[in-house]
Design a binder for this molecule. Structure first.
Ligand code: ADP
Length: 210
């Protein structure tokens, strides 16, 4: 069996899609293969993250290769870092180009938690990471909102777009990759996602929907 396949088997990583990039052997490969900045590796070390988790090993190279990603891995398996790390790497540095990337979370709690994790990983860089709170939805003048990463629930985002003139066209210019991370991947959700994703790689850790 080829090296990647053996390594995936060892970590219970299942993939489908064409030309799936090799999984990460360690965090240092983020630098040697993808030119990751030192601050991220330093933050991972400070947070006590020694090795990437299986979902991180496979999903990060998929996204960094410019591919769309469907990822399904159990709760607590490190999915947040798996999509935030490539996001920070692609954004490179803070900028005032409107909203540059969006993370949608199904609940407010998850959105708040994701925002906290994001800030920890971005420590030492001036990225502007904004949580869409009820107060922000009510008060902000979104036509002037500059933010590198906006984290919201779907309803609040929809409200902001409809009523508060939030313009997401800048997201497409700076971050044109869609990915979907979940602990479960029901067929209906995957079918819906496939209507907007075309060359997606599917990454499943353990068994689908277990
Ligand atoms: P999920 O989104 O899959 O439920 P989280 O992203 O919330 O999981 O991560 C679960 C916990 O694991 C968090 O406390 C996070 O800080 C920690 N974690 C993430 N990546 C690693 C890693 N590579 N090594 C050790 N702990 C990690």
């Amino acid at each position: 069996m080829e090296r990647d396949a053996l390594f995936r088997k060892k970590h219970n990583i299942h993939t489908s899609g064409s030309n799936v990039p090799s999984p990460l052997q360690n965090f240092t490969e983020l630098k040697s293969r993808y030119g990751c900045k030192q601050y991220l590796l330093r933050n991972f070390a400070e947070l006590g993250y020694k090795e990437p988790t299986p979902i991180q090993r496979q999903a990060i190279p998929v996204i960094l290769s410019g591919r769309e990603c469907f990822a399904c891995a159990p709760t607590g398996s490190g999915k947040t870092l798996a999509f935030v790390c490539p996001m920070l790497m692609k954004l490179k540095h803070a900028s005032k180009d409107g909203v540059r990337a969006v993370i949608l979370c199904p609940t407010r709690e998850l959105a708040a938690q994701t925002a906290r994790e994001c800030k920890k990983m971005a420590k030492g860089k001036k990225f502007y990471i904004k949580l869409m709170t009820s107060q922000l939805v009510r008060s902000a003048d979104f036509s002037k909102l500059h933010c590198d990463i906006l984290i919201s629930t779907p309803l609040r985002l929809q409200f902001a777009i409809r009523k508060r003139k939030l313009d997401l066209s800048s997201v497409l210019q700076s971050f044109d990759i869609t990915s979907l991370f979940s602990a479960t991947l029901p067929d209906a959700v995957e079918e819906l996602a496939r209507t907007i994703m075309h060359d997606a790689v599917r990454v499943i850790i353990g068994r689908k929907n277990s």
